[in-house]
Design a protein around this ligand. Structure first.
Ligand SMILES: C[S@@+](CC[C@H](N)C(=O)[O-])C[C@H]1O[C@@H](n2cnc3c(N)ncnc32)[C@H](O)[C@@H]1O
Length: 207
């Protein structure tokens, strides 16, 4: 027996350094954008597979670098494959969206982590926080079925971990820590790994 192959996944990350306006250069993305490139790579890995795009994924990134105020990048299920071609095309789409509010499935608006949590809501959602000191990621499956969840929200850091304050905020909102093991992975690799585990764990139900 197979469960729906489309367990909805919402990724949520926050960068304390990524710029909040389109003031970066695509020819020196990492150094001019406050590491928006890390977010761009995470977005690509959240959506793209060898055979196309995952249509059960959304990605929220809170940008909290200069000049402020905080901006939210929301990559919707309607994002185009062209946008996800490379980290430069993702960054370019974010820059265009920062000007007009929306570009090819990428929405941007002023907001912070609390605003995003309100948007995601909590009904039939299993919120998890990727953290090296958490419970084994394989135990997500049990919690998912216990709650009859329809959506998994996955919070993670970028080139640095989420701050203690934001971890506290997420825990207060019901996020539980899960670990991919004792090694610290790049954020984009953590996205790949969590997609892999969720594919294996949740898309097939044992009888
Ligand atoms: C590059 S890491 C952040 C910095 C890193 N923890 C360090 O010590 O330098 C990016 C994010 O990926 C996730 N991550 C990386 N490795 C992980 C692991 N083994 N288990 C769970 N999450 C992990 C965490 O959310 C982490 O904040």
């Amino acid at each position: 027996m197979f469960r729906s192959p489309s367990v909805k996944r919402i990724f949520l990350s926050k960068s304390y350094t990524a710029v909040t306006r389109p003031i970066f250069s695509l020819s020196s993305l990492a150094s001019s954008s406050g590491r928006l490139d890390v977010i761009c790579r995470c977005i690509i890995q959240a959506f793209k597979t060898r055979s196309g795009l995952r249509r059960n994924v959304e990605f929220y990134a809170v940008l909290a670098g200069p000049p402020g105020p905080n901006m939210v990048v929301h990559v919707t299920r309607n994002v185009s494959l062209n946008v996800l071609y490379s980290e430069l095309t993702v960054a370019d789409a974010i820059a265009k969206s920062m000007v007009s509010g929306y570009y090819e499935g990428v929405r941007t608006f002023e907001g912070n982590l609390i605003d995003v949590l309100k948007i995601i809501g909590s009904r039939r959602v299993l919120p998890i926080l990727l953290h090296e000191e958490g419970a084994d990621i394989l135990s997500v499956r049990e919690e998912y079925h216990k709650r009859a969840a329809e959506t998994i929200t996955i919070a993670l850091g970028t080139q640095e971990d989420l701050s203690r304050r934001d971890v506290g905020l997420l825990e207060g909102a019901g996020f539980m820590k899960y670990s991919l093991g004792p090694k610290s992975y790049l954020a984009s690799h953590a996205v790949i790994l969590v997609n892999y585990y969720l594919d294996k764990m949740l898309e097939r139900v044992e009888l």
